[in-house]
Design a protein around this ligand. Structure first.
Ligand SMILES: *[C@@H]1O[C@H](CO)[C@@H](O)[C@H](O)[C@H]1NC(C)=O
Ligand SMILES: *[C@@H]1O[C@H](CO)[C@@H](O)[C@H](O)[C@H]1NC(C)=O
Ligand SMILES: *[C@@H]1O[C@H](CO)[C@@H](O)[C@H](O)[C@H]1NC(C)=O
Ligand SMILES: *[C@@H]1O[C@H](CO)[C@@H](O)[C@H](O)[C@H]1NC(C)=O
Ligand SMILES: *[C@@H]1O[C@H](CO)[C@@H](O)[C@H](O)[C@H]1NC(C)=O
Ligand SMILES: *[C@@H]1O[C@H](CO)[C@@H](O)[C@H](O)[C@H]1NC(C)=O
Length: 753
């Protein structure tokens, strides 16, 4: 309803504010599915997409009716929760607190695909560390190796607890286990090792900045070799990694591997489909697909490795800043055969992002970065991003072609953020703002005209508050909506260039940033002058005979106009770049940036330290002065009956009215920010909106209308209007409570009769 509310709320409290508030309901409400096959009904919370059911991980089959899990089970002394087929369950029992591995599961069990129940559990020694395992591995017997593999899987089963050191160690261990496995063909070890790798891929991005990248490189190369195990046609799948090998029975030219979409993003055995050219071709609900085409028929071994994210491939040139993931596909051929790969990945279906452009790349182990050499983009205006790569051998590649050919492919996508540009101002806001502008201008004029009766300081302060607020309202009316809106249309370029980031950035065109800086300045200005007003009253009270010190107006001018400028300067200087204006401001409307890339309110953003924090300090100091002042006034027992002496209290209270009024509406804003209850939130937002847009009107009543009427009692009587004043009640209270006082006061305001 109210723009002011939108303005503050979206900025201050987007973290707390439901994301749903910002959504475009007309496009996001569930439309009835365009059911091409009306007989399909998805069970077990499966959702229909393009006539195909997308199942939860626990279910499979065309209508999600086939169970895909081992139910919870007690085995030996351990309890295992419900788990997806082919994955490891961690025991509910944890290592006791006094042990090295406190909190790590004591056991794990594999959910058996054929029996739909857990295999016999593996246990871990609660004092074992990855360092020890890494050291023990070389001399271990096959049985011991199997134990160590299982232990490594358990020790790495809580991704949040993995440190860079743990990841490096686990990578070294799994690399040794898998290299061994290539000779011994022990499947249990391979399954544990692949599960460990999947868990490593689930560790947080931050951890990967300081892992040993050589250990990771060696591991990815070993996985490539693992996918080419000669005597097995097998698929090893864990949530974040899949290894598929295929020994062709007859000479074949084409092999296609497809990972189908489910509701989760993870790889599951029944979603990974291998197709050797004769079987069905998967086109719908494809998450990723990779085709290997050999230049001649062959019956060699072909292998694929799929990674759910690119944590093992940390690029220097491509630095993602949005929370997107990139799947990495490795295609491998055993012999030094000529081949070509085509691959596609469906962009993440996040409604706030749309694909702007992409690059087809492979991982260069020599550069330790993505490279586009030998890859081309196949663009169609609306179709998926498709890539074709012809392997290029790296310099030293001939001796060991498989490990060195460009085998790890990915599509690096740059997205546009679909900003929900704010709507035009509501008429309530426009009316409120316009009335405020008029009220403030009249007040400023009135104060200037009647300045003689009051003295310089109060006039200076009120007039400055009026000016800064007037400018703020005008800026708000005309500048809050971003004049340069980016319409997101994919502009796929034919060139295959590695983008700098997953966020396609537009360089700044100026107006919105200028408006933001001016809004920040004039809003801070309003509050600075408001605080100075409070300080002025405080000084007046302290020196009730001599009045405000003579230096005050000068200092007030310097601080009043200077301090906000300094804050704006620091905010701009430290966060603004022409290529990346969104460090300083928002895109949806012209106001300070407040949230990090996770859409969480961040204290590192200028909204907090360049606005909320200074504001809070000023509000606190105003409140402190007000409390101090009220306390003193009660203590000094002013006499409110005697005319002439009442004036000071009146003046002082009216000066504080300003502080209270300004403070109140912003405090409402702050409460609004932390309120979760929907109804209260609505009421508060209406109150906030009214208080805010009509502040100028309130100032007009306090500083122009009321003094004017008070100095012309005839008009007042003629109109039979009740005295307009916020403090009437308080005066009555004090009148009854407080006995006489002989203090004499100087007037701060010009409204004495
Ligand atoms: C919401 O989405 C619909 C359909 O996509 C579009 O026509 C409409 O303009 C959008 N409304 C707003 C406020 O963005
Ligand atoms: C469903 O989709 C088809 C083609 O994609 C279209 O012709 C048809 O009108 C759609 N039906 C509905 C009910 O939207
Ligand atoms: C899984 O269960 C099947 C059938 O009960 C059994 O033959 C097989 O050995 C089990 N797998 C493992 C790894 O224990
Ligand atoms: C993981 O690393 C930390 C130190 O980085 C270490 O204290 C801890 O023991 C390691 N965990 C395991 C299971 O080795
Ligand atoms: C990976 O981590 C996410 C959260 O960090 C969690 O929701 C998910 O279940 C984890 N997946 C696996 C397979 O451990
Ligand atoms: C893979 O090959 C199949 C059949 O030749 C084709 O339909 C599909 O589009 C190809 N996929 C990619 C990603 O090129």
């Amino acid at each position: 309803m109210c723009k002011m509310e939108y303005f503050l709320l979206l900025t201050i409290s987007s973290a707390i504010f439901d994301q749903t508030w910002c959504q475009n309901y007309s496009s996001s409400t569930l439309r009835p599915n365009n059911i091409t096959n009306p007989t399909v009904v998805c069970e077990n919370m499966g959702t229909l997409q393009n006539g195909i059911c997308l199942c939860l991980d626990d279910w499979t089959g065309a209508s999600c009716s086939i169970s895909n899990f081992c139910p919870g089970q007690n085995l030996k002394q351990f309890t295992f929760p419900k788990t997806v087929l082919g994955q490891f369950a961690s025991s509910v029992e944890r290592c006791p607190p006094e042990t090295t591995n406190a909190g790590i599961p004591q056991a794990s069990a594999l959910c058996n695909k054929t029996s739909h129940s857990f295999d016999s559990p593996n246990t871990v020694d609660c004092s074992l560390t990855l360092d020890t395992i890494n050291a023990d591995l070389s001399g271990a017997t096959p049985e011991q190796k199997q134990n160590l593999a299982a232990s490594t899987q358990i020790l790495t089963s809580i991704p949040e607890r993995l440190t860079p050191h743990n990841i490096t160690n686990a990578a070294k261990i799994t690399n040794k286990l898998l290299s061994d496995q290539l000779k011994t063909q022990n499947m249990d070890i391979a399954v544990s090792a692949v599960a460990t790798i999947s868990q490593l891929l689930n560790a947080s991005h931050e951890m990967y900045t300081s892992v040993d990248h050589d250990a990771i490189s060696v591991l990815t190369k070993t996985l490539q070799k693992l996918s080419l195990r000669e005597n097995s046609n097998s698929l090893l799948v864990q949530p974040n990694v899949a290894v598929q090998s295929l020994k062709m029975q007859t000479p074949i030219q084409n092999v296609q591997l497809t990972s189908l979409k489910g509701q989760s993003d993870f790889f599951l055995p029944d979603r990974i489909k291998l197709n050797t050219g004769h079987a069905e071709i998967f086109k719908d609900n494809v998450d990723l697909q990779i085709n290997i085409t050999l230049t001649e028929d062959s019956n060699e071994v072909v292998g694929f490795v799929l990674y759910n994210n690119d944590q093992f491939f940390r690029s220097k040139s491509f630095q993602p800043s949005l929370d997107t993931e990139r799947k990495v596909m490795s295609a491998n051929i055993q012999e030094n055969l000529k081949f070509e790969v085509m691959f596609t990945v469906t962009p993440t279906a996040v409604s706030t992002l749309s694909l702007n452009d992409f690059a087809c790349v492979f991982w260069s182990y020599t550069k330790n970065d993505w490279s586009t050499e030998g890859c081309t983009k196949i663009t169609s205006p609306s179709g998926p991003a498709v890539c074709r790569c012809k392997p290029v051998k790296n310099g030293n590649g001939n001796a060991n072609a498989n490990a060195n050919a460009n085998a790890n492919f990915a599509i690096l996508m740059a997205f546009d953020v679909n900003y929900q540009y704010s709507e035009a101002l509501h008429w309530i806001s426009i009316t409120g703002c316009a009335l405020s502008v008029v009220g403030l201008s009249v007040t400023a004029l009135y104060q200037i005209i009647t300045r003689k009766s009051r003295g310089g300081s109060p006039t200076l302060l009120v007039v400055n508050v009026c000016i800064s607020m007037t400018v703020f309202y005008l800026l708000f009316l005309f500048g809050i909506n971003n004049p340069v809106e980016h319409v997101n249309v994919a502009k796929m370029s034919g060139e295959n260039i590695v983008p700098e980031s997953d966020h396609h950035k537009y360089s700044d065109q100026g107006p919105c940033t200028a408006f933001t800086a001016l809004l920040q300045y004039f809003l801070l200005l309003t509050f600075t002058w408001n605080t100075l007003y409070g300080i002025n009253v405080f000084l007046l009270f302290k020196n009730s005979v001599s009045g405000t010190p003579s230096w005050f107006p000068l200092v007030a001018m310097a601080v009043g106009w200077g301090l906000p400028a300094v804050i704006v300067g620091i905010s701009l200087g430290s966060t603004y770049h022409v290529e990346e204006p969104l460090g300083y401001r928002q895109e949806e409307f012209c106001w300070l940036a407040s949230v990090d890339h996770n859409q969480k309110f961040s204290i590192k953003k200028p909204m907090f330290w360049g606005f909320v924090l200074p504001l809070l300090l000023m509000l606190i100091s105003n409140t402190a002065i007000l409390l101090h002042f009220s306390y003193k006034i009660c203590r000094t027992n002013p006499n409110l009956n005697r005319s002439g002496k009442t004036s000071l209290k009146k003046k002082m209270m009216s000066s504080f009215s300003l502080a209270v009024m300004l403070g109140l509406s912003w405090v409402t804003g702050y409460i609004l920010m932390i309120t979760q209850e929907k109804n209260l939130k609505f009421i508060l937002s209406v109150v906030f909106c009214l208080l805010n847009t009509t502040q100028g009107v309130q100032i007009f009543i306090l500083f122009a209308l009321r003094p004017f009427l008070n100095s012309n009692p005839a008009i007042l009587n003629y109109l039979h209007a009740p005295e307009i004043g916020f403090h009437k009640k308080s005066f009555f209270l004090w009148k009854n409570k407080i006995p006489e006082s002989n203090d004499s006061y100087k007037s701060t305001d010009g409204d004495s009769p």
